[in-house]
Design a protein around this ligand. Structure first.
Ligand SMILES: Nc1nc2c(c(=O)[nH]1)N[C@H]1C(S)=C(S)[C@@H](COP(=O)(O)O)O[C@H]1N2
Ligand SMILES: [Mo]
Length: 319
């Protein structure tokens, strides 16, 4: 791949982050407002590069959604500081224990209240959607955060294809259950498989992504390859990884963390600095790689785009 100025850097020193920023600088310098290029392998699909202003370390979302001027969290930290209990409870364990995981071939079962229930090969899904780049803040319930350039497509694109019936009010997502491939599933630390859910209006919101990559590359195993959810105004645990099943349902799904500790984790999980976790405050967060903590923003800074979804709800009760 053509990377501006990468030639003078010894390959041992090129981190994916520098490659990525270099590529963006190159595209910006070349004046490519909407350059399209193919991604290798797993992240296949067309990617629209962001326009202008990319040479700096800050990043804007190309679709104009949730633009952030925050500095990107380095690739190294995004891929070595993870929560993924299927591969261990330590932050460093997913990167170590998910190395041998093979995210292909991959089948996604789409069912429940839909006109066309079916089992899809992931590559067939990817052939029909537009993968794009979105820089989003990720705020974990444990009061740390990151800024990540995801590659993905709006969940809405898939929903439009499968045509939910009028009975569908929620979407339920399920992670792969394969204890032979996911060692954490041999422990009883959570009720497996991991399950998450969204209300239909949350699922069809333009900010909600199904993610297949980050930093312009295929999604690393520890970040949820080959397919995970990202809902930027919610706590990180809503971002279920290694999705094999998507079901449209009539009633609110039982999500894994709410089953495991109902006083600590709710179904909605909207980022809310005013509602503390029972064991710690949610008012501030530590951006990974930074020293000082910063205030947490309502809806993780995406209130302009999503607050109206909850206008008639008591967000202390429905946390
Ligand atoms: N299947 C599954 N998905 C999961 C988790 C998990 O343990 N298993 N952890 C969640 C939590 S708590 C967070 S904060 C994010 C972390 O995503 P990242 O490792 O890509 O930063 O993944 C979420 N998705
Ligand atoms: Mo989390």
């Amino acid at each position: 791949m053509l990377i501006g100025r990468a030639a003078d850097i010894p390959s041992s020193e090129i981190t994916p982050e520098r490659l990525y920023l270099g590529r963006r600088a190159f595209l910006a310098a070349a004046g490519m407002a909407a350059a399209a290029f193919a991604l290798p392998g797993a992240a296949r699909g067309l990617v629209t590069a962001a326009s202008g202003r990319q040479a700096s370390r800050s990043a804007r979302d190309p679709a104009g959604h949730a633009a952030t001027d925050d500095k990107l969290t380095p690739y190294e930290q995004v891929t070595t500081y993870n929560n993924y209990y299927e591969f261990g409870t330590g932050k460093d364990e997913p990167a170590l224990h998910a190395r041998a995981f093979r995210p292909r071939p991959w089948t996604v079962e789409v069912g429940g209240e839909v006109a066309h229930p079916a089992r899809y090969d992931l590559d067939d899904i990817l052939a029909h959607v537009t993968v794009q780049e979105r820089v989003y803040r990720l705020r974990c319930v444990e009061a740390w955060s990151m800024v990540i350039p995801w590659m993905g497509f709006p969940l809405r694109q898939l929903i439009d294809r499968v045509q939910p019936t009028s009975q569908a009010r929620f979407v339920e997502f399920t992670t792969l259950y394969a204890p032979d491939r996911m060692p954490g599933e041999r422990s009883g630390v959570l009720a497996w498989p991991y399950v998450e859910g969204l209300r239909m209006d949350e699922a069809t919101h333009p900010l909600t992504l199904l993610v297949t990559g980050l930093y312009g590359r295929a999604l690393p195993n520890q970040n949820g390859a080959p397919l995970r959810l990202v809902v930027p105004w919610k706590y990180g645990f809503k971002g279920i990884k290694a999705i094999v099943r998507i079901r449209f349902v009539r009633t609110q799904p039982q999500n894994t963390w709410a089953i495991s500790a109902p006083d600590e984790y709710g179904f909605y999980a909207n980022v809310n600095p005013a509602v503390d976790h029972p064991r710690w405050s949610q008012a501030r967060e530590r951006r990974i790689g930074e020293f000082f903590r910063r205030p947490t923003l309502p809806f993780n800074g995406y209130a302009d785009q999503v607050a109206q979804l909850y206008a008639r709800m008591d967000l202390r009760r429905d946390f």
